[in-house]
Design a protein around this ligand. Structure first.
Ligand code: PMP
Length: 347
């Protein structure tokens, strides 16, 4: 019989899918690593499992323990799945800008969620970072994975994402593109790939409102770079230890709007119903290519971190898009539009 002993054994080994339409006119092969094939529908399942298993080995997490984390949702989902399989309780703190779906999904898999204000400093006692730390100090036998500074995060990608990409591309990869939030996906994978082939170009995708690009270019942590933005899961107002700046060749910033429109194009033109930051990753990758055209035999791999279901009330909703000035006209047809079009073409 062929079966997995529990859902956590299905994490990883996600497919590479060639992009065909949104890359029209571009030389080289552009491949998306589609992380929504993980059981929690995101790249973060990989690090959730690794952080838990490393904590178990170090004796930081004991039977009956509670896992407490500040998460934009995807790490929470991964932790919750692993916690269900292994018998731990989970409490997550989340910023209130996160989609309601993400909160509901975490509650569906048995986690407790504490919603905190988005627009406060990380040091503010109300921030989701601070609340997670406080709960960890108050709840006995609790473990705070701290995905930002816990190097098991990058290590998970060094051990899984990197080798997978290397094998899937038979070592032919020349460019690696990933959004940078905690930095784990970019840094761990980049370390593995650059150890195999040092001239692989690594492009970090940042967002307007985040400090990474400026920091990489100037070495200055500039508070003026920090302002609210809407895309979820990447860009930061802190410098997490998992961001290995020396392994990231350059950063490209992408706006909320360009990312949202590209995510919708990926769904409609490629059949990839993916999350908002996937739009950022692909838009940023194409910007890079505009500035540095690829050669015919170049192979670029872009990480697509999560699934579109978590954003149906946002970027996949025309009214929401219009309200945010991201769409001039409604693009999903009503029954009336369809009938009018049919009548028109029949005439
Ligand atoms: N996009 C989404 C939707 C995410 O949840 C995350 C994880 N925070 C990222 C991008 C960035 O990944 P990383 O934290 O590994 O840098």
């Amino acid at each position: 019989m062929k079966y997995y002993n529990s859902i956590i054994e299905t994490i990883g080994n996600t497919p590479l899918v060639k992009l065909n339409k949104v890359t029209k006119g571009v030389k080289g092969t552009i491949l998306a690593k589609v992380e929504y094939f993980n059981p929690g529908n995101s790249v973060k399942d990989r690090i959730a499992l690794k952080m838990i298993e490393d904590a178990e080995k170090k004796g930081l997490l004991k039977p009956g323990g509670t896992i407490i984390e500040g998460t934009s949702g995807n790490t929470g989902m991964g932790l919750a799945l692993a916690a269900v399989s292994k018998g731990y309780r989970c409490i997550f703190t989340m910023a209130d800008k996160q989609s309601k779906e993400k909160i509901d999904i975490l509650r569906a898999v048995g986690a407790e969620v504490v919603v905190c204000p988005t627009n406060v400093e990380p040091e503010d006692p109300r921030s989701y970072y601070s609340v997670a730390k406080r709960l960890n100090s108050e709840i006995p036998n609790s473990f705070y994975p701290n995905q930002y500074d816990n190097l098991s995060n990058s290590q998970a990608h060094y051990e899984t994402t990197g080798p997978e990409i290397w094998e899937q591309t038979e070592g032919k990869i020349t460019h690696y593109v990933a959004t940078v939030g905690t930095g784990g996906t970019m840094s761990g994978t980049a370390k593995y790939l650059k150890e195999r082939k040092p001239d692989i170009v690594t492009v970090g995708i940042d967002t307007y409102g985040s400090v990474f690009k400026k920091y990489k270019e100037t070495g200055i942590f500039d508070p003026n770079e920090i302002y609210p933005y809407l895309t979820e899961g990447f860009g930061e107002d802190i410098l997490p230890q998992n961001v290995a700046f020396d392994l990231i060749d350059l950063f490209i910033k992408v706006t909320d709007k360009d990312a949202a429109i590209m995510a919708r194009r990926l769904a409609r033109e490629e059949g990839l119903f993916v999350g908002w930051s996937c739009g950022s990753a692909v838009y940023g990758a194409l910007e890079y290519i505009k500035q540095h055209p690829l050669k015919e035999d170049d192979v670029m791999v872009i990480i697509l971190p999560d699934h579109g279901t978590r954003y149906i009330a946002k970027i996949y909703n025309d009214l929401w898009m219009k309200d945010h000035g991201f769409l001039e006209q409604r693009s999903f047809a009503t029954a009336k539009d369809i009938i009018a079009k049919r009548n028109g073409s029949a005439r």
